[in-house]
Design a protein around this ligand. Structure first.
Ligand code: C2E
Ligand code: CA
Ligand code: CA
Length: 579
């Protein structure tokens, strides 16, 4: 339980901001008499003061008659959300007070009526609010089971560190160490999830003891540790040492049900900047290395090897072939229906690209999109996709078939093309594309760094009437403010969570939370990868709007999709159960 108890000598650090020539001296005096240590400044100086000191309360006076008041209040609440802001003036009318409260002022003081008792209460109450804010923030950053940092916090911190490395602002090198247990799923299946929880807790304590403060839990039994060092050679050596310690510590038996259970573990390591400075790539490399370790032998570690990627035959080999595939027009756009869960009606589709290779046959995007992204070839491929989607929308409309939405995937790399918006605009005009039908699916990582050009690109495209959705939602890190400020109209729940709803309580909770979040942000929510009636029923019962997945249809060529639309293909939660 939080309480605000101050020792006799403890002072409350306060900032009094007066941006409108009010005589704040009287308030400053009274605050000082109430054991506050006060700094007085203008609004322009406020950020410096707030960055420097451990300030607990902000008292703000501004020209309350104009909109400045709201923008200053908004700025303080956005930038320093943990510190309560108390407005003060000789007088306020009650409508204005309501308006300020809506803009998240924490309190209001009318100085002409202020008694000592009221001032004391205001200080006490707002200190408590500040403490609650800090506590809530702390809890939001932690994994409830283990008390370690959660996935969001990990992504946030890693992104900050990688940005410093990328921009040459630090000489620090980073090792990302990914750890999980072998046979954890089986242990869970045999002993139940609460037994699994005991093991995960124990595992987190053992890992945290090796490198305090640097451990995060990404999910189930998957943990990551960050090791930092100023010198590269040292880092590889230190990472190796740490891997040995982890192996030693985690292979000690876990006591459960008075039995000693031995659960081997696997470790993968990726280094920044050596392997990558991109968050998703680095995490993926550490995971790949861990998978390799698991394949090699139990209780082992593998450091990611760049050659390992390049020896992954298709990756390098396909690059020149991809160039000629673009020239020879070897791509095809398949469509996977998007279905309204309640009515069972197909409301549109997601366009998914395929490569019809002259010798190798149909190649799926996972085999060439990563190379296309790495080499920048995704830019022309992406244009081809938009153009094809535009032609197909036109053809559908010409044959009297209506769709509400057609989404296509837009990769982060495409925003680096400075012609993106202009080219898309040209394509829209050329194919008379109805932009209210068009939707671009972005991944969270595309938004993650909040790069200005990505924001601007999205906003510009939105002005053309294009909709945006967040793909693979839940797997990355999304800041709420970005979700609220960018024109994103829907969230797509990642397939991995949908596939887990029937057996994994964590996945069920995540899916429910995403649906709730979408509802409260007034966004559409779409589940992808729906394969069973059970999953569909679960989604329907929590109010998920749309679904996509093999239960309805695999991605199919245009002609087949057209047939599905013509037949008015319908499947609902109820009919699905009876299948
Ligand atoms: P995504 O955007 O997450 O697309 C969904 C993937 O899940 C598709 O794989 C789809 O075939 C598959 N899927 C859909 N329903 C089910 C299901 O019920 N069960 C299972 N197991 N899988 C299902 P696909 O077509 O192989 O595409 C893979 C990824 O490639 C896509 O993931 C997307 O990230 C990327 N991609 C595809 N087309 C494009 C494109 O035109 N541009 C870009 N930048 N990326 C693309
Ligand atoms: Ca997608
Ligand atoms: Ca997806």
């Amino acid at each position: 339980m939080l309480s605000v108890t101050r020792s006799d000598t403890e002072q409350v650090q306060c900032l009094v901001i007066d941006s409108c020539g009010f005589d704040a001296a009287a308030l400053v005096d009274r605050l000082e008499q109430n054991r506050c240590n006060v700094q007085l400044c203008s609004f322009d100086q406020a950020s410096d003061k707030l960055e420097q000191g451990d300030l607990k309360l902000i008292f703000l006076h501004t020209c309350f008659t104009d909109t400045n008041a709201l923008s200053e209040l908004h700025f303080l609440r956005q930038q320093y959300p943990l510190i309560p802001v108390i407005l003060f003036d000789h007088q306020f009318n009650s409508d204005r007070i309501d308006e300020f409260m809506l803009w998240r002022a924490n309190d209001v003081i009318i100085t002409s009526e202020l008694t000592d008792e009221t001032l004391k209460r205001v200080i006490r109450y707002n200190l408590m609010v500040g403490q609650y804010n800090s506590e809530i923030t702390r809890l939001n950053q932690l994994d409830p089971l283990t008390g370690m940092k959660n996935r969001q916090q990990f992504y946030k911190q890693l992104a900050q560190k990688l940005k410093l490395i990328r921009n040459g602002k630090t000489s620090t090198h980073l090792a990302l160490i990914s750890v999980d247990l072998d046979g954890f799923r089986q242990f869970n299946n045999i002993n139940g999830y609460s037994a699994g929880d005991i093991i995960v807790k124990e595992m987190s304590q053992r890992l945290a003891a090796l490198i305090p403060g640097q451990l995060s839990r990404l999910g189930n039994d998957e943990f990551v540790l960050l090791l930092e060092s100023p010198v590269e050679e040292n880092l590889t050596h230190q990472a190796t040492q740490l891997c040995y310690q982890i192996l030693h510590s985690l292979t000690e038996p876990y006591l459960y049900n008075e039995l000693e259970n031995i659960l081997p573990c696997s470790i993968g390591v990726a280094l920044a900047p050596e392997h990558s400075c991109e968050i998703d790539t680095l995490v993926h490399q550490a995971t790949q290395a861990r998978v390799k370790a698991k394949e090699t032998s139990s209780c082992s570690y593998v450091i990611f090897d760049q050659k390992q990627r390049h020896s992954d035959e298709s990756q390098v080999a396909i690059e020149p072939e991809l160039i000629s595939a673009i020239r020879r027009n070897e791509f095809e756009l398949f469509y996977q229906p998007r279905v309204d869960i309640t009515s069972g009606k197909i409301i549109g589709a997601e366009g998914l690209v395929r490569w019809r290779h002259p010798e190798k046959g149909l190649i799926f995007p996972d085999a060439f999109i990563p190379t296309a992204e790495r080499t920048g070839l995704i830019v022309p491929i992406g244009y081809w996709v938009i153009q094809q989607a535009g032609e197909d929308i036109q053809k559908l409309q010409a044959s009297g078939l209506e769709i509400e939405r057609l989404s296509i995937n837009l990769s982060f790399r495409q925003f680096q093309d400075s012609y993106l918006c202009r080219t898309i605009q040209r394509l829209i005009e050329k194919y008379s594309i109805d932009t209210s039908i068009l939707e671009f699916e972005l991944t969270e990582s595309a938004l993650f760094n909040n790069e200005l050009h990505v924001r601007e690109g999205i906003e510009e495209l939105h002005k053309l009437g294009i909709n945006f959705s967040l793909d693979d939602f839940g797997t990355g890190y999304s800041s709420f403010s970005l979700l609220q400020t960018l024109p994103i109209s829907s969230l797509k729940i990642d397939r991995s969570f949908v596939s887990g709803v029937s057996k994994n309580p964590d996945d069920r909770e995540i899916v429910k939370a995403i649906i709730r979040l979408a509802h409260s942000l007034n966004k559409e929510v779409i589940a992808e990868g729906v394969e069973t009636a059970l999953q569909l029923n679960f989604l329907a019962s929590f109010g998920c709007h749309q679904a996509q997945g093999y239960l309805y249809s695999k991605p199919v060529p245009y002609e087949e999709f057209k047939e599905l639309l013509k037949n008015g293909y319908q499947i609902t939660a109820e009919t699905a159960v009876n299948q």
